[in-house]
Design a protein around this ligand. Sequence first.
Ligand code: 9WN
Length: 481
Amino acid sequence: MDRTAQLTALRTAADIAYDPPPDADGPHVRAARVLAENWTGASTVPARSLYPHQWSWDSAFIAIGLRHVSPLRAQTELETLLGAQWGDGRIPHIVFNPSVPLDAYFPSPDFWRSSTAGRAAGAPRTVQTSGIVQPPVHALAAWLVHRADPGLSRARGFLTRVYPRLAAWHRYLLHRRDLGGGGLASVVHPWEQGMDNSPAWDAPLSRVTPAPARTFRRADLDHGSPEDRPTDLDYGRYVRLAAGYRDGGYADGGGEFAVEDPAFNALLIASEQALARIARELGATGTARWARAERLTAALIERTWDPVRGMFLCRDVRGGGLIPERCVSGLIPLLLPTLPRDIAARLVRTAHGPHFGLGTTTRLAPSYDLLGEAFDPHRYWRGPAWFNTGWLLERGLRVHGEHERAGALRTALLDLAVASDFAEYVDPYTGAACGATGFGWTAALTLDLLHDGAGGPDAAAGVGELEDVRELKGVKGGDRR
Ligand code: 9WN
């Protein structure tokens, strides 16, 4: 048996030993059990009934938690997703499981028709995928997964194999998706940003003629309560936009909807910083990537920072201008350790102020402004609190030295994740579970927080570490802004 096979065998054995006993009831074991139940053999579904395929940013968050249970499974999760990458570099938002019936999820592979409609864009022939993307959390996840077990990662050549794919992914976003011409990536569908029915999309979506309801059948309502899900009108518009993109061969640049979102771009920056670290691990300097991340950060501030509201906003590239809605995506850039101090301090104040109520009226930040007209505590991304955004904010507070606030948020995330049976999202006031339970990223990020202990000095390692920044900047006396 060669070295790789030995290591792999070893890890497989460790996985089995790690499998939670059926009667164990601690949060760690319960979270690991959710990930075991959602594991399909090569990847993890977000939720067995509502989302029975592999989703892009879910897999990245899931890998971040899974690395504590099984670094091998975490690597495999990302490798499976990257195996469905298109020739133009895009990572599809869904990789379909061919053994799941077509009517289990809408839109299904026969809607997207990736291998035919996406041929010119280099869609894979053997695996069916959607044709849109999701936030680029992947390089960050790959770096964190590597750090969980560098020996296994090196033995399997994990970073060597994923690096070119991640680089192509970022190239796609930076070159094909700079639709506003200001250096940031645009999303061309609300599903791409991942916060599907956020009130930020109401204005740009109002220009889209909805597809008639009789032309499609929503499978989500077989499993989820209609009050917790997007409306039929939203779906009509989602379908129209996706069908138009597909019918244009998934070529970029011509669509009706194009928005620069602060969370999507902040995650791209964090992932570009992770790619710099990966490049350095592989023997390069990483300085060009670090410099690109700095340019992106400057563009993010220039194009989406609103000093009056004290947070980042979405920019409507087709309608021209900032969208005046306070959404949690506008707080996510706090994740960046390189954010100027005054902006980070404002974001912390905004998160803890009346619009998000963190630590006062809410324990987890709502997805949308508590005082906004469109606020609804149960409807998906129009108010409920989600665990991935909570995790990103917790990291952000920690990297900016707000340890007490980060600690309170960490405790709230853990309490509510466990009490809600790892819900997809919760009412931000009551913590009542909404959507699916046994949700993949809720369980995975719970594991990640549990593994940080009480948030010691290494708690945000890999996300916010600054010790190597001077080298990555390629300067001798580099300093933090
Ligand atoms: C559409 C899988 C995904 C998440 C998204 C979330 C939801 C899908 C849906 O579920 O979107 O992609 O059917 O509503 O909004 O963030 O990735 O968990």
